[in-house]
Write a protein that binds this ligand. Structure first.
Ligand SMILES: [Zn+2]
Length: 307
C-alpha cells in the first residue's frame, strides 16, 4: 500500500549544504534574478488570494529593505530555482514590499496549498522562528550574528564565539488502542476548537527514549498504562519548532484517570464512534476529529482503515 502523504513533509528542495559556507557562491545565487525570497512577517507568509505564496527577487526586495542586514536564509534548490526566506523586522504593520497579498499563518491556508509548497514554507517558517529566538548567545548573552547561509548563529563576543544551530524539539504523538484493539483513546484540551478530540501527545524530556516518553505522557495525562510502542511516521511541525513523532501503542489497562490537567476530557472510542463524529443526528454530532493535515489525523485514519 502506498503511504499517504504527511503534510509538511516531502520537500522538493535540494538543501545543498556545502553552498552555505561558500560565501561568494551563495551571494551570487542570492543576488541572481532566479532567486525566490519568501518574506515572513510576524511568523506569517505573504499569500495572494489564490492562495499562492508571494516571493521577490533580491533586486526587488533591496529597493524596500536593507536585505544584507536581515541575512536571508538559504533553503535550497527546487530544480534550478534557489529559495531563500527573510524575516521582516518587527513592526505594527507589515512593510510595503510593492506586491499585493495578505500575511497569513501557514496552518490557515495549508489545505489549499500543493504539498511541496507547504513543506518548503514549513521549513522557512521553522528557520525564521529559530533566528528570532536566538538573537543572543545562550552562553554569555552577547548578540549573535547569522552565519552559514542562515544555518548557524555565532556569538559576536570573540572570547566566547559560541555557535548555535537550528533546533527541532521532538514531541511524541500516539494512537493508543485498548487491549482488544477495538477502541482508541482520545482526549481534548480546553483550548482546542469546540468538540475536537485527538490522540495523546507530549514533549520528549532529556534523558528519555521516545518509547519512554510515550509511556510516561500517556500515564500522566490519562492514567492508562501502555506497552508495545511502535513508531509509524513523523511530521515537521513548526508551530513553533517541533517534529511530531507518530506512534501506535497498546494499552494494558482501561480505567481512565486524568492526572496532570492537560486534558479536560479523555475517552475510549470505537471505530464506529469515530466515524460518526460530526454526523447530524448521531450521539457524536458535536464532536470532530483533528485537522486532515495533522499527523494525529493520519494516525487515526490508519487505524480506522484496519477494520
Ligand atoms: Zn557568547
Amino acid at each position: 500500500m502506498l503511504k499517504p502523504h504527511i503534510t509538511y513533509s516531502g520537500s522538493p528542495l535540494d538543501r545543498r549544504a556545502p553552498l552555505r559556507i561558500d560565501e561568494t557562491g551563495l551571494r551570487a545565487v542570492l543576488t541572481s534574478s532566479e532567486a525566490r525570497i519568501v518574506p515572513v512577517w510576524n511568523q506569517k507568509h505573504l499569500f495572494s488570494a489564490a492562495p499562492q505564496v508571494q516571493f521577490l527577487s533580491y533586486a526587488a526586495l533591496s529597493t524596500r529593505l536593507n536585505l544584507d542586514d536581515l541575512g536571508p536564509t538559504f533553503l535550497g534548490f527546487d530544480d534550478g530555482t534557489p529559495w531563500f526566506v527573510v524575516s521582516l523586522p518587527a513592526s505594527e504593520t507589515p512593510p510595503d514590499l510593492g506586491i499585493s497579498g495578505e500575511y497569513r499563518t501557514l496552518n490557515e491556508v495549508v489545505s489549499l496549498l500543493p504539498n511541496t509548497e507547504a513543506s518548503v514554507l514549513a521549513y522557512a517558517r521553522a528557520m525564521v522562528i529559530w533566528h528570532e529566538n536566538h538573537q543572543h548567545c545562550g552562553r554569555c548573552g552577547t548578540p549573535t550574528r547569522i552565519s552559514d547561509g542562515g544555518h548557524a548563529r555565532v556569538c559576536t563576543n570573540a572570547d566566547c564565539a559560541h555557535r548555535s544551530f537550528p533546533r527541532t524539539d521532538p514531541a511524541v504523538i500516539t494512537l493508543i488502542e485498548d487491549p482488544t484493539g477495538t477502541r482508541a483513546l482520545l482526549g481534548r484540551q480546553a483550548r482546542w476548537p469546540a468538540g475536537m478530540y485527538s490522540v495523546i501527545a507530549g514533549f520528549v524530556e532529556p534523558g528519555e527514549s521516545l518509547e519512554e516518553t510515550v509511556i510516561r505522557e500517556t500515564y500522566e495525562e490519562t492514567g492508562i498504562a501502555v506497552g508495545d510502542v511502535r513508531y509509524l511516521a513523523s511530521q515537521p511541525w513548526p508551530f513553533p519548532s517541533s517534529i511530531m513523532l507518530g506512534f501506535r501503542a497498546k494499552a494494558t489497562t482501561t480505567e481512565i484517570a486524568r492526572g496532570d490537567d492537560e486534558l479536560e476530557d479523555c475517552r475510549w472510542f470505537t471505530r464506529d464512534d469515530l466515524r460518526a463524529f460530526g454526523k447530524p443526528g448521531s450521539a457524536f454530532e458535536n464532536l470532530r476529529l483533528p485537522n486532515t493535515f495533522s499527523i494525529a489525523r493520519f494516525l487515526l485514519n490508519t487505524w480506522l482503515d484496519e477494520a
